[in-house]
Design a protein around this ligand. Structure first.
Ligand code: ZN
Length: 236
């Protein structure tokens, strides 16, 4: 067992290994490190109740005056940022139901602002990230949302180049975003049924990924009624 762990990361100190074991087994809060539970009531309360419409995306190029609201459940800061890091990069799959529940509060916010009940579709995880982490973070959240009674369909595939976006200048980066996604056969089927769709992601900073995904689907003829994220960057 010890040998396998050391192969994962030879530089890891034993203390970090036991920290991760505590996380995986839910012995300590991922937000504040207090013992007893995977997310303590204080951290949960700190995250909850902050869902809001962060902004409207404008899509005048699709239809003059078309606006689509972005709802976020909370600000991307501790303890939420720690929680998302623990889920994705320290691989604590037990957090998927917790994150799904937060996403639901963003969906409720859309509903409150008049967005109709819709089929959900995730921003697909980058294939490089799935390989690096050994699991598909968005897929696990999608499966939890289905368990909670939502309809989730996979309408987009990931075309984004693996992990080089930081090195690109802004012009090639925007070119990369242009071809970020392609539609799936499921999308063709749903277009015929004219289902309204809400796109969701875990974290949004500039909103460009969600906007690009919405654009890709709308250009294919899909009706997007809202976009949602678990956490969003504070407005600057
Ligand atoms: Zn806590």
């Amino acid at each position: 067992m010890q040998r396998i762990k050391l192969e994962i990361n030879p530089g890891m100190k034993p203390g970090i290994l036991s920290d991760i074991a505590d996380l995986v087994l839910g012995r300590r809060c991922v937000g504040c490190n207090e013992g007893g539970t995977i997310l303590c009531p204080e951290c949960d309360a700190h995250i909850k109740g902050h869902s809001h419409i962060a902004r409207d995306f404008r899509f005048d190029e699709i239809q003059e005056g078309l606006r689509i609201p972005l709802a976020v459940a909370c600000v991307y800061a501790p303890p939420m940022s720690t929680l998302i890091y623990s889920y994705k990069d320290a691989h604590v799959p037990a957090l998927a139901p917790v994150l799904s529940r937060y996403l639901e509060s963003a969906l409720d916010e859309l509903s409150t602002s008049g967005v109709p009940k819709a089929t959900l579709t995730p921003i697909p995880t980058r294939s490089a990230a799935i390989r690096r982490r050994g699991f598909d973070a968005m897929e696990l959240i999608s499966r939890n949302l289905i368990k909670r009674g939502h309809v989730v369909e996979h309408m987009l595939t990931d075309n984004r180049t693996a992990g080089h976006s930081k090195a690109l200048d802004s012009r090639s980066r925007s070119r990369e975003v242009q071809d970020a996604f392609a539609i799936t056969p499921t999308t063709q089927r749903l277009i015929k049924k004219a289902n309204p769709i809400i796109i969701f992601d875990d974290v949004t900073t500039t909103g460009s990924t969600l906007k690009e995904a919405a654009m890709t689907l709308m250009q294919a003829g899909v009706q997007i009624v809202g976009v949602a994220a678990i956490a969003g960057a504070r407005k600057r």
